[in-house]
Design a protein around this ligand. Structure first.
Ligand code: CTP
Length: 401
């Protein structure tokens, strides 16, 4: 999957002849899975039609602070905050100079100054303009402020001269950004299967066997992994609504059997499997169609074990890294190590209910990560999103070992 998948991109187009290539650039970004909104300087409109860009981007094109036809204010702050990344291509000498000096006389510059996301810029101009110390100084200033420079290429220029100043080709710009993002996304290319939440095993139309799992830990691991570039499938039992990274494939299930079925179809293709779900250990042998009268409950519910999904995976794994969860109240470490052996795991995340703030319903957790060779990493009480990153860090160590 491209590192641009599901990324929201504001493409800023400034006034340079290279702007005629931007419809192809929008296409290439969308093909990589990105969503694109275009902001143009007034000068850019002489080189490429806004209608073309709105058609290929499937979004309105912005260029004025106020849209006079609609009588609406084009909110530059909203656009800047919407973006996961901003790309200014072509970046003319004029626009780069204004970016470097906080000159804000058009919407593109206002969006740039409001954006909190990474900003890439791809200069395009004639070779002498590009080589001029003032232009090079503006480029250096932008780089020194962590804007990412997509250097101009060498070749034939619109002036008829040859030299450095051509905006890079749309496909090369996309490849540049993908590579740059991938280098900061250590989990890119990794397919991950994660389970979360409880399972509900129905007794009759009104009752079920379940547990207090909120799903927060599994969801946090899924979100952290996706943010670091992993391709995540999250299979979860019933939970309150928790927001998910847009690239995650989410499969909602109810019972252990549902979870087993959903997991089977993703297990083989996954490189890392993290089973954070609190699967019910027992289920009623059969689900009654009618509500059982309370006086008959104890006779009518016959319990049978649910399928142990993790154990099955341990028996069938080929080269997956398999990580389980354990919740223990006594003999924590020996029980956890025993579970690693019984289920043929690569590691287990141990959380103890005895710790204040750790466990099911909290937003915090305290874990020990135990590898199959017995090595233990103890972590202090942290937020579940921080714990998720610790778990991923430990799994990465197993992969790289
Ligand atoms: N698990 C599973 N399928 C089950 C039960 C558990 O995949 N039917 C997974 C959980 O997702 C978790 C791990 O197995 O990763 C927990 O193991 P388990 O033996 O169920 O631990 P406990 O619930 O602590 O059970 P025990 O009472 O045996 O300690």
């Amino acid at each position: 999957m491209s590192a641009l998948h599901a990324k929201k991109i504001v493409l800023g187009i400034s006034g340079s002849i290279a702007a005629y290539k931007t419809p192809l650039l929008v296409r290439a970004l969308i093909k990589a899975g990105a969503k694109v909104k275009v902001v143009m300087t007034p000068a850019a409109k002489s080189f490429v039609a806004p209608l073309t860009l709105s058609t290929v981007s499937n979004n309105p094109v912005y260029s004025e602070f106020v849209d006079n036809e609609e009588e609406v204010w084009n909110n530059h702050v909203d656009l800047g905050l919407w973006a996961d990344l901003m790309l200014i291509a072509p970046a003319s000498a004029n626009t780069m100079s204004k970016m470097a000096h906080a000159n804000c006389d058009n919407l593109l510059l206002a969006v740039y100054l409001s954006a909190k996301c990474p900003v890439y810029f791809a200069p395009a101009m004639d070779l002498d303009m590009h080589a001029h110390p003032a232009t090079q100084h503006a480029i250096d200033l932008l780089i020194s402020r962590k804007n990412i420079h997509i250097p101009a290429a060498e070749g034939a220029l619109a002036s008829g001269l040859e030299g450095v100043g051509r905006m890079q080709e749309p496909d090369d710009i996309v490849a540049f950004i993908e590579e740059d993002l991938a280098s900061s996304l250590p989990w890119i290319g990794t397919k991950m299967l994660i389970t979360a939440g409880p399972t509900y095993e129905p007794i009759d139309p009104v009752r079920f066997i379940g547990n207090h799992s909120s799903g927060k830990m599994g969801y946090a691991i899924a979100n952290a992994a996706a943010t670091l570039g992993a391709e995540v499938v999250l299979i979860s039992g019933p939970t309150a609504e928790i927001s998910l990274h847009p690239s995650i494939t989410h499969v909602g299930i109810q019972t252990a059997d549902d979870m087993d079925k959903a997991c089977q179809s993703h297990f083989e293709r996954s490189q890392v499997v993290v089973m954070a779900a609190a699967v019910a250990d027992y289920k009623p042998k059969s689900t009654k169609i009618h509500k059982i009268k309370k006086k008959n409950l104890s006779e009518e519910i016959e319990l049978v074990p649910t399928v142990d999904i993790l154990k099955k995976f341990g028996e069938n794994k080929t080269n997956q890294i398999l990580v389980g969860f354990a919740l223990e109240t006594e003999n924590e470490f020996s029980n956890a190590l025993d579970k690693i052996k019984r289920k043929n795991l690569d590691a287990i995340v141990l959380n103890s209910l005895a710790d204040e703030g750790a466990g099911f319903k909290h937003d915090t957790n305290k874990i020990t990560f135990i590898a199959a060779n017995g090595e233990q990493q103890h972590y202090p009480l942290k937020s579940k999103s921080e714990v998720a990153n610790d778990v991923l860090h430990e799994i990465k160590k197993l992969i790289d070992a």
